[in-house]
Design a protein around this ligand. Structure first.
Ligand SMILES: [Zn+2]
Ligand SMILES: [Zn+2]
Length: 592
């Protein structure tokens, strides 16, 4: 749904012990440059000592993968063995040739016919927000409860299991896919003994029952709250259970969430990244919902997580990056000796097409509204120039084509002719026009597509939001291939379900699973192209193309092992391939 880019409910001070700045354990304020340099130097020297002794002890491989199919995305298309040493790829090739690297201490992993790919990367997932939702709320979304009947039965079951008076709280509810808004009467029929709060996956809306209104102390004549929060009313003028925007939802959240402590936040991220590993990802990039004061604590936390993490700060926090700049930080280099890196600066240019807040050059279907961008073109230019002045790339969220025009104008003005800053990205690029794909190619700008838009909302885009012709060019990956423009695929978690295989499958099939239709068949890409979009091209869009994204000598040994070779099933079945193992830096992080 793509509201994660600007969904801040969970980041409100009211929900955090010691305030939101302390989310990961720092009370407030920025780290001093001296403290950060001391941390980086201490961890880097520890790494050097450890590596040197490891190499002296043993000249062979630490680990050899054999007995299956390895698709390294470099050199030949298929290999039969992979050797790893010191967390890096030592060799890829024939099993017979690599057997010379086996010593008495080499660990051998038998693929037993399985397939290994380079570690799959999600280049746009709001890790912290998704972690808190994953940890603290019950997922009632479409992926788990595709029909209203199943969702209603689940809520009744929850009520039966939950002591009277305790909250029942659901998240990820999708009114577009799960039968429309809940009425107050419908939720009161689930229970009048429990307060119920169901949070929409669009991030902006929720629905509640009468008991929740009572506990939150919402009077029948409540008006608009400061910050724009408001409540829905039925034809009779009475509250209908709908709750709109953050300041209204916060009235309930303070009751059911309690205070989020740093320990709760750290456990949430650990549990979420374990789940992420189980769906095949070895790296997540968080665009913009991290704050600069969390960089150091997040780097420390990252070495305990089940996947690599990367992040960008939001443009309004760019001054907080100052202590970290230099030595490649902000352009993909790891923070100290951690599995955490920083890349670029995020700008949120408009809203969401599903809520018709993406800014377009033509009106939405059956409407005169075109949406409006979050910033005037001159303000966009000023912000992009500020990022360029730091030598960093931008990631600009643009769902509508008008916003893409503004973003590309600003990038052209600030970066024209310069190099060395990394890849400038247009996040989502959902409604990019053909001429904009060519302009991105000319400017060296790359798009990242939320391909679950096609998978889940393709029919809604076609029938309700844009019409057939424009929907056929949504998330136009095929046009990128024709133009020779690299692109990537992302989930925008928590706005769509985690998992790279559904993204790959949909990029190849363009299938909308809601009505089984194919949306924009001309924009389908090959399986090779789809896999590149979550491996090597994703690594390059995070400043890590020299370290990650393919399995070749000297690169980090990150890989994802699948039960079935995606080249040997129908493209629709790729989404259901079982993830068998994930490995990061030569260490197994997940095994089914
Ligand atoms: Zn976004
Ligand atoms: Zn986002």
């Amino acid at each position: 749904m793509c509201q994660g880019c600007f969904n801040r409910l969970f980041l409100r001070d009211e929900l955090h012990s010691g305030g939101m700045a302390g989310l990961l354990g720092r009370a407030a304020g920025l780290p001093t440059r001296r403290a950060f340099v001391a941390y980086s130097v201490a961890t880097a020297s520890a790494l050097t000592v450890g590596s040197a002794s490891a190499f002296a002890a043993d000249e062979g491989a630490d680990l050899i993968l054999r007995g299956g199919t390895i698709r390294p995305l470099a050199g030949s298309a298929v290999a039969s063995a992979l050797a790893v040493k010191g967390g890096k790829v030592l060799a890829v090739g024939d099993e017979s040739a690599l057997s010379a690297l086996k010593t008495s201490s080499t660990r051998v992993v038998d693929l037993a016919g399985r397939t290994a790919l380079p570690g799959l990367i999600d280049p746009h997932c709001h890790t912290l927000l998704a972690s808190l939702i994953f940890e603290l709320l019950d997922d009632v979304g479409y992926a788990k409860y595709p029909t209203r009947e199943r969702l209603g039965a689940h809520l009744k079951q929850k009520a039966a299991e939950t002591p009277k008076g305790q909250w029942i709280v659901g998240s990820n509810f999708d009114n577009l896919l799960q039968g429309g808004d809940f009425t107050l009467a419908e939720l009161d029929a689930v229970s009048t003994d429990h307060p119920i709060f169901v949070w929409y996956t669009n991030g902006h809306d929720a629905c509640v029952n009468s008991e929740a209104l009572t506990i939150a102390g919402i009077p029948g004549d409540v008006g608009e709250l400061p910050g724009g929060g408001h409540f829905g009313r039925g034809p009779d003028g009475k509250l209908d259970g709908m709750v709109y925007e953050e300041s209204a939802m916060l009235k309930f959240a303070v009751h059911f969430l309690g205070k989020i402590t740093p320990d709760v936040a750290a456990k949430a991220v650990a549990d979420f990244t374990q789940h992420i590993a189980s769906v095949g990802n070895t790296m997540l990039h968080e665009p913009g919902t991290i704050r600069s004061e969390w960089i150091e604590p997040f780097a420390k936390l990252s070495n305990t997580l089940a996947c690599r993490t990367s992040a960008s700060v939001m443009v309004d926090d760019v001054k907080g990056l100052a202590p970290y700049l230099g030595r490649g930080l902000g352009k993909g280099a790891p923070v100290g000796d951690s599995l955490f890196s920083l890349y670029g600066v995020k700008i949120v240019g408009d809203g969401s097409n599903q809520t018709e807040t993406g800014a377009q050059t033509r009106p939405y279907l059956n409407s005169s509204a075109k949406g409006s961008p979050n910033f005037h073109p001159a303000e966009m230019k000023r912000m992009v120039a500020e990022v360029k002045a730091l030598g960093l790339p931008v990631q600009i969220h643009c769902n509508g084509d008008y916003t893409i025009d503004i973003a590309l104008d600003a990038i052209e003005a600030a970066y024209a002719g310069s190099t060395g800053h990394g890849v400038n990205r247009i996040e989502h690029s959902t409604m990019a026009r053909p001429d904009q794909i060519l302009r991105m190619k000319a400017l060296g700008v790359q798009p990242s597509f939320l391909m679950n838009h096609v998978r889940l909302y393709g029919a809604a885009y076609r029938d309700q939001i844009f019409g057939t012709e424009r929907a056929a060019f949504m998330d136009p990956a095929g046009a990128c291939v024709k133009a020779g423009l690299p692109f990537t695929l992302h989930t925008d978690g928590p706005c769509s379900p985690p998992g790279p295989l559904a993204l790959i499958s949909t990029a190849v099939t363009r299938r909308c699973v809601i009505d089984n239709s194919v949306v924009g068949p001309d924009q389908a890409v090959s399986l090779d192209d789809a896999i590149r979009a979550v491996t090597i091209d994703a690594a390059r869009q995070l400043g890590q193309g020299d370290r990650l994204g393919s399995l070749e000598k000297g690169k980090e040994a990150d890989f994802t092992i699948l039960e079935t070779d995606p080249y040997k099933v129908s493209p629709d079945a790729i989404a259901d391939i079982k993830v068998s193992e994930t490995w990061v830096k030569g260490e197994r992080k997940f095994a089914a």
